[in-house]
Structures are given as structure tokens and as C-alpha cells.
Design a protein around this ligand. Sequence first.
Ligand SMILES: C[S@@+](CC[C@H](N)C(=O)[O-])C[C@H]1O[C@@H](n2cnc3c(N)ncnc32)[C@H](O)[C@@H]1O
Length: 206
Amino acid sequence: MLCASAAERNKEPILSVLRECVDTNRPLKALEISSGSGQHVMHFAQAFRNVTWQPSDVDSQSISSVQAYKNHLKLDNVNPAIYLDASQSWESWGGVQPESLDIVVNINMIHISPVACTHGLFKGAGVILKPQGLLLTYGPYAVNGVITPQSNVEFDYSLRQRNPEWGLKDVSFLNSLAEENGLFLQKIVDMPANNKCLLFRKESQV
Ligand SMILES: C[S@@+](CC[C@H](N)C(=O)[O-])C[C@H]1O[C@@H](n2cnc3c(N)ncnc32)[C@H](O)[C@@H]1O
């Protein structure tokens, strides 16, 4: 069971955002893309017992970690983690069907992966979410071309040094990707440590 200290710190604030917009009175289906250690999906699954959670990652160590948490916590509303590469088309995402999901969650992936992953995320979410389904992304973002504060500017620089395709993406870029794929940006929530939650909804008519 991997343990990321950032995930330990931000799992409760992100859960608070989900509590504001997730219905607890009917069965729902959620997919987490880039689950990492699995700390988030386990936390959310304990809080929302009406939601069946599908964890996923491209990294085999992460998939093993999620499985170890699942075995330890014995949560029957968490499916076995699947291999999912967000840069690939949704058809390769472990058999997930169009308009079958109520929620897609993606935490701290967009800034630390090639832009093809962001394109794939929005394209896939536009297909697999039900009408009015929710895509929640969390992480550090630029706003109208500006990154604040200085610590995020330095973080963006260090990411781009490691891989020129990495780095903080602009909310307006994500908004345009969302609109191309039948989603709209419903809400931006400022989070601790200069991060944000972006809440996108799938349009009723695509
Ligand atoms: C900074 S970690 C965040 C993990 C976890 N969501 C968290 O917040 O603790 C970035 C994650 O993105 C995943 N990732 C990178 N490229 C990916 C891809 N092409 N498809 C899916 N996940 C990817 C990595 O394997 C890693 O788990």
C-alpha cells in the first residue's frame, strides 16, 4: 500500500467538494482515472457507500497498491483496479461503456502527464458520462495565462524541465476541451495549497 502525503492531506478537502454535488440516495457509478496509491478512491468509497468505484491507473505499481488497499479495507463498493491509459481512446478503457457513468474523478494527473492524456480524459469523459454526469479534476492550474503564487510558477518550471509536455494547464484551455466534448465548466472551487477543483457537467443533449 503506497502512501502519498499529498493525497493524505487533500483527500478530505476533495471529499468535501464531492459531498456538495454527489447524490447519496441512489446507486451511482464512478471511475477514477490515475488513482495512484488508491488513497482517494478508498476514502471516497467509505464516504459514499451508494457509489460503485472503479479505480484505474497506467502504472502497475499503482494498480497493485490500490488492490492492496481494497483487500485491507474489504470495501465491496470498490472494483478491482484496471489498467487505463488516459492518452488512449476510451474504447481501450477496460470495457467501460458510453453513457454508463455518473462520475469521473481525476486528481493530480493533468499537470504531470503529456497533453494527450488531458485530451483523452475530456474526450473519454464526454462519451462515458451519462447526461448531467460529473467530471471532477483537481490540481494546480493557470488562470487566463497567469500562474499564482510564485511557488506554483516554480513548480510549473520544474515540471517543464523534467518533461516539456508537462506543466500547469490553463483553465480556459480545459474549458475549451470540455466544450468540444459536450461538457461545460460548472464550478471552480479554490482548494488548500493553491490547488483547485474544476467541476464539469455533461450537457443533457450532446
Ligand atoms: C502525481 S500522481 C497522482 C496520483 C493520485 N491521483 C494522487 O493524487 O495521489 C500522477 C498519476 O498519473 C498517472 N498517470 C500518468 N500518465 C497516465 C496516463 N497516461 N493514463 C493514466 N494515468 C496516468 C500516474 O501513474 C500517477 O498515478
